[in-house]
Design a protein around this ligand. Structure first.
Ligand code: ARG
Length: 463
């Protein structure tokens, strides 16, 4: 290797790279965001080299100080690598040598960029997972606080996007809190496999230098080390797993977004968007558009795409490291940004961007046949077989539809003609609030059940 880290390769090379290929090959433009982690990993490696007597204690300290100096100059905006540095790992090494001289050339002893990049990426992703967990929690809290205020607010429930049965609005919102909890649990699980140290696997086969992988692993607070060096440098399962978990987060946000968009339409009119989170039209002065949920719904595709790209990227790769892996960075970086931004935007939307229109919701649950199941259940309570009750109520609804009346408009005489079991109390049963109140099975929308869930979620989210 020449004196400066100049072209980085060994004396095996006579000629420099074609300028376009140099650019094509470089990842510095995006992997510079791994700088913190690259420094952390290198410091742990340098300390271990010192502890093992591979370099002297003084040399190890010089390496560590030099690396910390790079951290400082980066914070001051003075560390600005360019394309010729190729990637963050070379950029740091080159800068270190220019700062502390030839001792800097000892840093890479017993290490390869292959185990180094895997280490950096895992350290970076571990932090981001913790941040996303926080974002998910804020999202849960924003839904929960609305739910808590709306236990007794009713909203039509749908199947096939057809009115089905009325619900407690809190129940509807808590369904998304549950999804977000699964998202958090999934990330927690992915984190276990992110949190394993590949450092010390070297290029692919381990090293003849007497390194100690447990020391670097402990220093970097990894939970474990990879037991197979080939697997260590070629495993990107954790990337796919993370993108899978991220895709589900985006799918959940997208479903919720779709509901908000529907609710804000004139046709549903269940919510009003506040000025904080809605935009106008450049042409139509009357418009107020739900851009936030539309953007989130639209952005979900990016993350799904990255997941697909990573599966495709790894599926044909022979062991061990292949440059294809460099493609994982932008997929992960963009996914993290997309997921975090989307969670934040949707949280703000639920914190201050929308207002439920209770009078409209009230009217909505009163003006349909979503209490029809309850008429059948009424007869079932009087020991009419369900299928028979179901047939009868079907006939009653049909007659109502023909006459353009609701079940509540039927006189008691007429109810009795349908079936003598009907009594005055049928009218009570037809009230949407009674309909909801009666759904007391576990996990049902009955106020009592939802109240219990709110209590449990308050404990969980504010403990
Ligand atoms: N920039 C590379 C990456 O992102 C670093 C590892 C390069 N290793 C190598 N043998 N070319 O994967």
């Amino acid at each position: 290797m020449g004196d400066s880290l100049g072209k980085t390769w060994s004396d095996r090379f006579d000629e420099g790279l074609h300028p376009f290929i140099e650019q094509f090959n470089a990842s510095i433009e995006f992997d510079i965001c791994l700088l913190e982690e690259d420094l952390d990993g290198s410091i742990a490696h340098a300390r271990m080299l010192g502890m093992q007597g591979i370099i002297t204690k003084e040399e190890a300290i010089k390496l560590e100080n030099g690396l910390e100096e790079i951290r400082k100059s980066a914070a001051d905006g003075l560390f600005q690598p360019d394309i010729s540095d190729e990637d963050v790992h070379f950029a740091v090494e080159k800068k270190l040598i220019s700062l502390i001289g030839p001792i800097g050339k000892k840093l890479h002893t017993g290490r390869s960029r292959n185990d180094q990049v895997g280490t950096d990426l895992r350290l970076w992703l571990r932090k981001r997972i913790d941040e996303i967990d926080n974002d998910l929690k804020r999202f849960q809290v924003s839904l929960f606080l609305l739910a808590e205020k709306n236990l007794h607010t009713l909203i039509p429930g749908y199947t096939h996007l057809q009115r089905a049965q009325p619900l407690s609005l809190a129940h509807h919102l808590l369904a998304y809190v549950e999804m977000a909890q699964r998202d958090r649990n999934r990330l927690e699980d992915v984190r276990k496999r992110v949190n394993i140290s590949p450092l010390g696997a070297a290029a692919l086969a381990g090293t003849s230098i007497c390194i100690n992988r447990d020391i670097t692993s402990a220093d970097l607070q990894f939970q474990d080390i990879y037991t197979n060096s080939l697997d260590a440098v070629s495993d990107r399962d954790f990337v796919v797993e993370f993108l899978g978990a991220s895709s589900l987060i985006m799918a959940h946000l997208s479903r919720l977004s779709e509901e908000v968009i529907l609710w804000a339409s004139e046709e549903f009119a269940f919510i009003k968007l506040t000025d904080r989170c809605a935009t106008g039209s450049s042409l139509m002065p009357q418009k107020k558009n739900p851009d936030v949920p539309e953007l989130v719904r639209g952005k979900s595709g990016r993350v799904f795409g990255h997941l697909q790209a990573m599966l495709t990227m790894i599926k044909g790769l022979p062991l061990a490291y292949n440059k294809d892996f460099q493609e994982d960075k932008e997929a992960i970086f963009d996914s993290v940004k997309t997921v975090r931004d989307s969670l934040k935007a949707i949280s703000i939307l639920f914190e201050e961007g929308l207002i439920f229109r209770k009078e409209k919701l009230n009217k909505a649950v009163l003006s349909d046949f979503s209490n029809a199941t309850d008429v059948a259940d009424y007869l079932v309570a009087k020991e009419v077989p369900f299928r028979e009750a179901y047939q009868l109520v079907g006939r009653i609804v049909k007659e109502c539809l023909e006459e353009e009346i609701l079940l509540t408009d039927i006189s008691l005489d007429r109810w009795k003609k349908f079936n003598t079991f009907f009594e005055e109390d049928i009218y009570d049963k037809l009230l949407p609030s009674s309909v909801v109140e009666s759904r007391l099975s576990d996990g049902g929308t009955g106020f009592e059940r939802v109240g219990e869930q709110l209590f449990l979620w308050r404990e969980k989210l504010f403990e």
